[in-house]
Design a protein. Structure first.
Ligand code: TQI
Ligand code: ZN
Ligand code: ZN
Length: 169
């Protein structure tokens, strides 16, 4: 079953169009940016929320960047494997990914990938759940389940994720 963060924080009801931006220094390819756009779409399909990309990093609601090791927020990354990414509850908007992971981009029909690789879209969909206010789920098929078998791809919201996000928005 889905869960929320303590106190059930969520984006305010007068704010249904959230903006997101990529850390300019990362110079991400369009292919990478499109993975995040697809991940946001999965959540907007289940809610009245929309997500719009902006170039204004500091004022965006959701700020996405790849960082390695200690990057100044008190939650250092740990090199390959271990922690892959972290995101915070509303209305924080901080979404950091560990630049030391072997990130891969997979396409729609892929079901398994190299054991040492981490599927970017799978992690993005999970972290966006946190950014919107979902905690972890006890349902193994759910995007918000707190583990993913290595070398796998899981990008489609389960009924449990949909019920959770619809209880918030
Ligand atoms: N990062 C953890 C996560 O996002 C960070 C975390 C631990 C956390 N406990 C939390 C965040 C409680 C919010 C609330 O869950 S992670 C997975 C999964 C991670 C893990 O790097 O371990 C995914 C990131 F589910 F596969 F284990 C993405 Cl998909
Ligand atoms: Zn961080
Ligand atoms: Zn999580």
């Amino acid at each position: 079953h889905y869960s929320f963060f303590p106190g059930m924080p969520r984006w305010p009801s007068n704010k249904r169009d959230l903006t997101y931006a990529f850390l300019p220094d990362n110079q991400l390819t369009d292919e990478v940016k499109n993975v995040f756009a697809t991940a946001f779409d999965r959540w907007s399909e289940a809610t009245s929320l929309t997500f719009t990309r902006t170039d204004f990093y500091t004022s965006a609601d959701i700020r996405i960047g790849f960082f390695t090791g200690d990057h100044g927020d008190g939650e250092p990354f740990d090199g390959a494997m271990g922690t892959l990414a972290h995101a915070f509850s509303p209305p924080n908007g901080r979404f950091h990914l560990d630049g030391d992971e072997n990130w891969v981009i997979t396409s729609g029909t892929t079901t398994s990938i190299s054991m040492s690789a981490i599927d970017l879209e799978s992690v993005a969909v999970h972290e966006i759940g946190h950014l919107l206010g979902l905690g972890h789920s006890s349902v193994e098929d759910a995007i918000m389940y707190p583990s993913i078998s290595s070398g796998s791809r899981k990008v489609e919201l389960a009924n449990d994720d949909i019920q959770g996000i619809q209880a918030l928005y």
